[in-house]
Design a protein around this ligand. Sequence first.
Ligand code: 4GX
Length: 258
Amino acid sequence: MPHVPKSNGRPPWRATVLTLFPEMFPGPLGVSLAGQALTAAIWTLRTVPIRDFGLGRHRTVDDAPAGGGAGMVMRADVLAAAIDHAREAEPQAPLLYLSPRGERFDQALARELSSGPGVLLVAGRFEGVDERVIAARSMREVSIGDYVLSGGELAAMVLIDAVVRQLPGALGDGMSAGQDSFANGLLEAPQYTRPEVYEGEAVPPVLVSGHHAKIERWRLKASLGRTWQRRPELLERRGLSDAERALLQEFKEELKKD
Ligand code: 4GX
């Protein structure tokens, strides 16, 4: 029988997505951790079909870009009508527009959003939306990374997934969001499981020693070392305590040995 997490006893966190493709939802948000939390009413998902607010017999939502150029732009009046409709049910939630031009989405923003009532997300298509509606409705532009998707829906799902797994009661057995990469501003230490020797490579002996204090020290050293090797800018942002600085120095010394 599938495991369903217990409801956490607070009102569900509410995600509302404005989209031309409501049939894309819940999609991957309907399975695994997010899907189980949805079933457990830890969060709710509502889509608002922007097409319902389109104009004329064809429910037109877009038009040619002013000044010419390729593609189409979502009309400000149509999108504003969809937003104003969604706002009635969601007067408090922050309004976000997923766009490659936005501030970068990260774990800190995921945590911030998870502490509020929910989120109103605009998933744009075409070459974007008329700039005037971004200002008129005070949308916060958020980007999930420096690449261009075919629309904002996948970006909205990424954001929702990262938020939902922070919600109390949403985590799987034995897991804790507090242990994740970035929870402490560092990359995670490498993980191992059985078999203890795989293709001649043993699991690091300390991890099978049962010495919990030594294991924690080894993991912190590995986290610091990996972050220094792969994402040094994360260390600069975070800073290091004296003890951490000493552990990172040990990591560097051990590198010279092999
Ligand atoms: N992180 N997309 C938005 C429409 C668009 C085009 C141009 C503004 C300017 C994306 C991302 C992303 C695809 C969503 C283009 N908006 N969203 N859409 N990267 O690529 O969030």
